[in-house]
Design a binder for this molecule. Structure first.
Ligand code: NAD
Length: 419
């Protein structure tokens, strides 16, 4: 029998139901949240370098604009599908509500392996995708940002395409841009900085004092910055990995050396052999002897098959949706706390919001201002979620959903249903 594909959207609907029940909401209050407001599927024909035309599939899903313009990243990945994008868009709605930003949620994706494209092909793909979703994006409607396999360069192509087709520069159409075209100081590290702030708050909450042994899965934007910041705070990064495999050293990896290696090798750990470190698989990383596990790669990494093997006392979700519902239940039973993605990795969207605010008002903030406002919002949000955890005796994920859903429901009630 063919294996049914894991559907992250169903995963989220289950958590929504639990949170809505805890909040004693009427079905009418949260029913609209179960459905994305708008889904766009586009075809993207690209002239390849050899003259052939290849057609790629792209999506932009706007889950909710109840609390403000839609906001969410764009992912390039060969196995991404509509359900993944729907789940990621829903997570953005919840994430923006948890940290109380005046945004709704969206997500975009193109089914492509960017590593197989030349730079020129990638640029043409990005520009055509932008042209196809132009009717629904814009600084007042929906503001994309980087996600897996997209970066400041890709955002620059999107900003340029949008601006050319409007006849004037529109920096506020995307965030995560280069500083040269209206990007914000602090944005590249913001998600990792947010993860490190939330990890620190969670360690305080659980009285886990002193340097901790931390394992990080994924060494892309989120994982590498999380490692750098937690390492700088004196913690030991005992294991780190990416799609090519992982490294472990119970004495702690030298993250400065690893960051240098990543910078010189297209952000890949392949071939990296620091003294004293052992090569490990991703399965070994998830099960390694550590105090804190921080998944920063892709969805669905922690499953019913490996949850029993996890040895960490605390899991902080740097990635979106890394824990399947079944694994979550096992962690709850085993007393392993999980700080959910919608809180833990919200630092990126918070600084994206700062970037957008600077763009639409032609302002430029310094990095200290950005980082201190980020810290204030992350700490405040953690405390608000923690308050629900302690007063309602629920886990962190349910509490974060409860906070987000209650804010969404309030906004929906105030706005009412059109017409
Ligand atoms: P990225 O493309 O920069 O990095 C992804 C990393 O994961 C790479 O190191 C890659 O090699 C690794 N990886 C891929 N498959 C893997 C596997 N099977 N095992 C181990 N490692 C694997 O992406 P990113 O921007 O760092 O995003 C990572 C996660 O964080 C995603 O879930 C994304 O949605 C989420 N996220 C990103 C941001 C952001 O600002 N970039 C914000 C919030 C959430």
């Amino acid at each position: 029998m063919a294996e049914t594909k894991y559907n992250p959207y169903d995963n989220m609907l289950q958590v929504l139901k639990v949170s809505a029940d805890k909040l004693e909401l009427h079905r009418n209050d949260y029913e609209p949240l179960k459905f994305p407001e708008r889904e766009m599927k586009v075809s993207i024909p690209v002239k390849m370098d050899n003259g052939d035309i290849q057609v790629f599939e792209g999506y932009r899903v706007q889950h909710s604009s109840t609390r403000g313009p839609c906001k969410g990243g764009i992912r390039y990945h060969p196995s991404v599908d509509e359900d993944d994008v729907k789940a990621l868009a829903f997570a953005m709605t919840l994430k923006c509500a948890v940290v109380d930003l005046p945004y709704g949620g969206a997500k975009g994706a193109v089914k492509v392996d960017p590593a197989k494209l030349s730079k020129g092909e990638l640029e043409r793909l990005t520009r055509r995708y932008t042209a196809m979703i132009i009717p629904i994006i814009g600084p007042e409607k929906d503001i994309p940002a980087p996600d897996v396999n997209t970066n400041a360069e890709v955002m620059g192509w999107i900003m340029d395409t949008y601006s050319m087709l409007h006849g004037y520069a529109v920096p506020g159409v995307v965030t995560g841009k280069s500083l040269d075209i209206g990007g914000s100081l602090g944005r590249p590290e913001a998600t990792g900085r947010g993860v490190s702030i939330i990890t620190t708050e969670a360690l305080n909450f659980f009285n886990m004092t002193g340097p901790q042994r931390i394992a990080v899965q994924g060494m892309g934007n989120v994982g590498s910055n999380t490692c750098k910041l937690l390492y700088a705070l004196g913690h030991k990064i005992v294991a780190a990995s990416d799609a090519s495999g992982g490294l472990s050293d119970p004495k702690g990896l030298n993250i400065d050396n690893i960051a240098q290696y990543l910078g010189q090798h297209s952000q890949s750990l392949a071939g990296c052999k620091p003294d004293g470190a052992r090569q490990i698989s991703n399965a070994e990383l998830l099960a390694c002897d550590c105090d804190v596990l921080i998944p920063c790669a892709l969805e669905g990494q922690l499953t019913e098959d490996n949850a029993e093997k996890v040895r960490a006392k605390l899991i902080v979700e740097g990635a979106n949706g890394p824990t399947k519902v079944e694994a979550d239940r096992i962690f709850q039973k085993r007393g392993i706390a999980v700080i959910p993605d919608i809180l833990a990795n919200a630092g990126g969207v918070v600084v994206s919001y700062f970037e957008w605010v600077q763009n639409i008002q032609n302002l430029m903030w310094d990095e200290d201002q950005v980082n201190s406002m980020l810290s204030k919002i992350m700490v405040r949000s953690f405390k608000q979620v923690m308050e629900i955890v302690t007063t309602k005796s629920v886990d962190f994920r349910t509490a974060a959903y409860m906070l987000a859903v209650s804010r969404l429901v309030k906004a929906k009630r105030v706005r009412g249903i059109f017409p």
